[in-house]
Design a protein around this ligand. Structure first.
Ligand SMILES: [Fe+2]
Ligand SMILES: [Fe+2]
Length: 458
């Protein structure tokens, strides 16, 4: 595990623990298990490396670790960011020898702190009184201008993304996640949804992406055990918009498509969390309850006049197979819209290629194999459109060429195994400086001798 991944994992687990502590008492097995895993992981890491502490910082509302901005974690780790902001601190310092009791006490404070403290001293006293011994609050950064020095990269992605570009996209991701998160919480509470807001957020995405979706797909890949329903919906929306864009759909249609992707699982808000986040196989009864989410989602959306037919249809039909198996059961005459068929493909592809609490991510090629083998599950036109838009190596993937060079995929090509790439590493393994990285179109005649040897999986 790289240091960045460790920090991302820690953020995901802290958020999961805080969420569980807000729902349950401190003695609940979920809360206890979160604290145990966090303390154990940190202890093992600090023992192994001989370091005194592990530091997770907060600067300008963003999580940072070891000079790197944790873009994905900042988006999904909102609970933690808000908690640290209320503590008016610049981060958490986890000391060697940290115990479960320290983490549990931190969760207690997080669950109880509704408003900002008066300042760092009050926050420190609060932690002490709760019994936190080996987690310390660091002072807020006086001058966060140093943030500008960092490149917003992820160690394991191999590629670097310059600050201004990522800076444009961060608020867009933030609003996509917020839109789904807020929609799900409002639906759970029986309150009205703002589907127009979802549309305007997708419009913002289209404007920021300017037709290039590489960075978007790259930056939304990170572990998010806790809020995976939200992350899943955002990625389904991004995939659908990417395919639609590639098919040449006009932007008003892409907006509807993106909103439909964002809202497709809103019915899950009505499914009890114990079932939704259950770490093991579901009982037949639990499966029956989960299978109600498409109907519930369509009902929730239908209650709002501005929902739009594509969003309602996608929420209702995204688990209905092309051969009419799946759920919910419908009459034989009921046709499935093209958009629903596409959302269904994106939904399954995302689920196979993403990390879940109970499984690792599979490479896209494996996802295609599984999907093609499941005859009758998908609308052939939708599956074909999806594969040709994504290619065997979706934008943002890292690949090794037969020459030994490494590259990042920028866009799918005309042939599914000949995308456009940007070289990142020479054949000897040396990283190529950002400004010197050549772009190669594998579909061009002059690249005929080049080929991709393998997909590099994070
Ligand atoms: Fe679903
Ligand atoms: Fe889904």
């Amino acid at each position: 595990m790289t240091d960045t991944t460790r920090a991302e994992d820690l953020v995901a687990r802290l958020c999961g623990g805080i969420r569980h502590r807000r729902m349950y008492f401190s003695s609940h097995p979920e809360v206890q298990a979160s604290a145990r895993v966090i303390a154990l992981g940190l202890r093992a890491f600090l023992d192994e490396t001989g370091r005194e502490f592990f530091f997770l910082g907060l600067a300008q509302g963003r999580l940072v670790h070891d000079g790197r901005l944790l873009v994905g974690s900042t988006l999904l780790g909102r609970r933690l960011v808000e908690f640290l902001e209320r503590l008016r601190c610049g981060g958490l310092l986890f000391r060697a020898g940290i115990e479960d009791s320290d983490v549990l006490a931190l969760f207690d404070v997080a669950a109880g702190l509704g408003a900002p403290t008066a300042g760092l001293e009050e926050s420190r006293a609060l932690l002490r009184a709760a019994g936190v011994r080996r987690i310390e609050l660091s002072p807020p950064y006086e001058d966060a201008g140093w943030l500008g020095q960092f490149l917003y990269d992820r160690e394991e992605s191999g590629g670097r993304l310059e600050k201004p570009e990522a800076d444009d996209l961060v608020p867009v991701y933030q609003s996509l996640f917020d839109t789904v998160d807020v929609a799900h919480s409002r639906a759970a509470a029986g309150r009205s949804l703002d589907v127009d807001h979802a549309r305007s957020v997708v419009e913002g995405l289209l404007a920021a992406a300017r037709g290039g979706f590489t960075d978007i797909l790259r930056l939304v890949r990170y572990p998010d055990y806790d809020t995976y329903t939200v992350g899943h919906s955002v990625r389904v929306a991004l995939l659908a918009v990417l395919v639609g864009n590639r098919l040449g759909c006009e932007s008003s249609f892409l907006t509807e498509l993106g909103a439909a992707g964002l809202m497709h699982d809103v019915g899950k808000a009505k499914i009890p969390e114990e079932i939704l986040y259950k770490q093991g196989p579901l009982t037949p009864d639990e499966r029956r309850i989960v299978s109600q989410h498409p109907c519930l989602g369509a009902q929730i959306l239908l209650e709002h006049r501005n929902a739009g037919p594509l969003a309602v249809a996608s929420a209702f039909g995204h688990h209905l197979r092309h051969d009419r198996r799946g759920y919910p059961q419908t009459e034989a005459w009921a046709a499935t819209s093209r958009v629903t068929a596409l959302v269904q493909v994106c939904d399954v592809f995302e689920a196979i290629t993403a990390v879940r609490p109970y499984k690792g991510a599979q490479p896209p090629r494996r996802a295609y194999e599984l999907m093609v083998a499941d005859a009758g599950a998908y609308d052939p036109g939708a599956l074909r459109a999806f594969v040709s838009a994504m290619g065997l190596y979706p934008p943002g993937s890292r690949v090794a060429l037969a020459t030994g060079e490494r590259a990042v995929v920028l866009a799918a090509g005309r042939a599914i195994d000949r995308p456009t790439l940007r070289l990142s590493h020479a054949a000897g393994g040396e990283e190529i400086p950002e400004v010197d990285r050549p772009t190669i179109d594998l579909g061009a005649p002059e690249s005929a001798t080049l080929s991709i040897a393998s997909l590099l999986v994070d």
